[in-house]
Design a binder for this molecule. Sequence first.
Ligand SMILES: [Zn+2]
Ligand SMILES: [Zn+2]
Length: 337
Amino acid sequence: MDMMSAMQIDAPGSPLRLIERVIPKPGLGEVLIRVDACGVCRTDLHVLDGEIPARYPIVPGHEIVGRVVQVGERVDGIDQGQRVGVPWLGQTCGTCDYCRSERENLCDRPVFTGATRDGGYATHVIADARYCFALPQGLGDVDVAPLLCAGLIGWRSLRLAGSGKRIGLYGFGAAAHILAQILAWLGREAYAFTKEGDKKGQAFARSLGCVWAGSSTSPAPKQLDAAIIFAPAGELVPRALKAVKKGGRVVCAGIYMSDIPSFPYADLWSERQILSVANLTRDDGASFFDVVERARIQTVTEAFPLEKANDALERVREGSIDGAAVLVPHRQDGLTV
Ligand SMILES: [Zn+2]
Ligand SMILES: [Zn+2]
């Protein structure tokens, strides 16, 4: 029997462990994918730390790029050999109130790749064909991987932030480095807020088109129309609220955040809003990948072999990756080890 490898989390808090198992067969409506690259997302850390609902043992990873090697029965529109992307939203029920009102991101009975179904920290993965994305040409497997969550969530956050010109980005990691390019292409102004003293991160933000970059503890240089918070730090919410003008929105983009400290009601007054972004819809994917192609978005990545997943996650935790970390499950030359 043909075997596959994966990096598995046995229980919250235990490091990932290399396992081998028989390659599964795709069921009804499913495809078997050979994984060529899988992005490392901060959400994977929250799965590792047991901070969000997940099934254990679990193979994390929800920014999967690969080729379809076997197609199950009743699959339409995907062929063997095709390059596809598998995102966080692995499946929805199609019948709940949310699914029936074009809000499948809020489905009552969802399946999440790399949290409630095994994900892409592996040589092979099974996915529901209806939730796979066709990917834009012109970007390699490693480069396209971070678009599948960091890019998509940033895009959904921007849609919810509104059409204002000046947008604050709090936390300049994988998501912000993509969104900054989109904002510049749209002719809007991105203001990057990083950890205090992170000169390297601030220079990185400016190199990607941000009109200003500075510490999240310093006031914004101009009043912002909206702010998007990518860092999982609740204390950023009151700070961002102070930075947005009347009617402005503060969008919390992460799946997990530390508690938000109390703040004066006057800071919320004048129709300022705080909201969260949850998951994604397939429609987000369609509009996002269209923009990616037209705006010629490039990503900055650092690749790791599959068995170095623990190292990659720790680098994401300490915030020492410029752009995004990506696992490459099949041996390639030129990887950092
Ligand atoms: Zn549903
Ligand atoms: Zn993610």
